[in-house]
Design a protein around this ligand. Sequence first.
Ligand SMILES: Cc1cc2nc3c(=O)[nH]c(=O)nc-3n(C[C@H](O)[C@H](O)[C@H](O)COP(=O)(O)OP(=O)(O)OC[C@H]3O[C@@H](n4cnc5c(N)ncnc54)[C@H](O)[C@@H]3O)c2cc1C
Length: 373
Amino acid sequence: MALHVLICGGGVIGASIAYFLTSRGVQVTVIERTALACAASGRSGGFLALDWCDGSPLAALARRSFALHAKLAATLDGDWGYRALTTYGGIAGRQQGIDRRGGAYELCWLSHRVIVTQRLGMPGTTAQVHPAQFTQAMMQAAQVQGAELRIGRVTGFFRDDRGNAAGVVVDGEHLAGDAIVIAMGPWSVLAATWLPLPAVYALKGHSLVFETGTNIPAAALFCEYREVTGAVQTPELFPRSDGTSYVCAISSETPLPVDPAAVAPDPGAIERLEAMCRDLSPVLASSRIRARQACFRPIARDGLPLIGRVPGVGGAYVATAHSVWGILNAPATGEAIAELIVDGAAHTIDLTSFDPGRLPALDTRRLRRPADA
Ligand SMILES: Cc1cc2nc3c(=O)[nH]c(=O)nc-3n(C[C@H](O)[C@H](O)[C@H](O)COP(=O)(O)OP(=O)(O)OC[C@H]3O[C@@H](n4cnc5c(N)ncnc54)[C@H](O)[C@@H]3O)c2cc1C
C-alpha cells in the first residue's frame, strides 16, 4: 500500500512538498486551516534570484530552486506568471538633491524622485512568479497526481505503539498517516507545543497590488526610500505579467494572530505605503489598487530554514522558516523532503545546515496560550 503523508499547511511549502511527494507515488493529504495560499504565499513578491544567496548556506538550495522554477514553468500545465526579469537598485524619497538625471539607468514608469543606480540582476539570474498562482498550480498538479486538500485546523498529533508519529488531530478528529510534515509557516510555532521543534518567529510586511496594465517592462526595482519623517524604507516593486504591479515595504513586529484569517495591516501602514508609491511612480499614483494587505514571514533564530526530521519523533518532519526566500526555495525544499521521506535521505540538496536539531527546542512551559490556540 502507498505511503500516506499528512502535510499540515497549504502555503507554497506545503503545496510544493505535496507535488514532489505525489510525483514519487506517495498518497498525500494537505490540511489547511483557512484557504490555500491565504497567508504569505499568496501575498508576497514572488521574486526569484539565482545567486543572491551565494556565499551563504542557502546557496545550493536557491540555485536548485531557481532551476526547478524554470523547469516547472516549462513542464506543468497552467500559467502562474513565471518570467525572467531585469532587476535594478535605486534610491528615492523626499530628501533634497534627488534628481533622476543622475541615475545610471532610466525606467520610464518611475518618477523624477527615483534614481536608478545599479543593475542587480539580468534575465538569466532573476525571475518572478505570481506566488498565489504558483502555489495553486503546485497544489493542482499534486491533486492531478492524487493528493487531497482538506480544509481543517490541525491542533496536535498522535503516536503509534513505538512512539512514532501516526497522524494528526484535525478539528478534533484523529487523521491517520504514515508520516506528518509541519509546513504551517509562522504558525509552525504552534506545533512546538506538541513536538520538540525550535522557535519560529514571525515578521510582518505590508503590500499593495496595483492594476497598472501590461505596458510596464519586465523589470523589478529594489529601492531605498526616505520618508518625510526621515525614516528609511526599502520598497520592492514587481510589475507582473498579468497587468498588476506589486509593491511591499514597512515591516513590523506586531504579534502573529493564531487565526491566519485575522492577519490585517497595522494602523497607518497602508497609508504610508500608498504615499510612498505615489512618490515613486506616476503610473502607481493613477492606478486602481486591487489589494491592500499584510502577511508574516516565518524565521528561525539563526535565519536559516528548518527542513528535515523532527528530532526524536520518527515519522515527523518540518519544513518552514524560509524567511524572505520561501517562494524561491519552495521547489527544492519540496523535492528534498520527498527524498527524505521516500528514500530516507535527501540527495539533491545537503540538508545539514537546515537540520531542525541544530537549534534547541522551544521551551513552551512559559508560553501564554492565546485563547483560541
Ligand atoms: C512582504 C513579503 C514579501 C515577500 N517576498 C518574497 C519574494 O519576493 N520571494 C520569495 O522567495 N519570498 C518572499 N517572501 C517570503 C515568502 O512569502 C514566505 O517565505 C513563504 O510564503 C512561506 O511559505 P509557507 O508555506 O512556509 O508559509 P505560509 O504561506 O504562511 O503558509 C502556512 C499555511 O499554514 C496554514 N495554517 C496555519 N495554522 C494552521 C493549522 N493550525 N492547521 C492547518 N493549517 C494551518 C495557514 O493558513 C497558511 O496557509 C516574502 C514575504 C513577505 C512577508
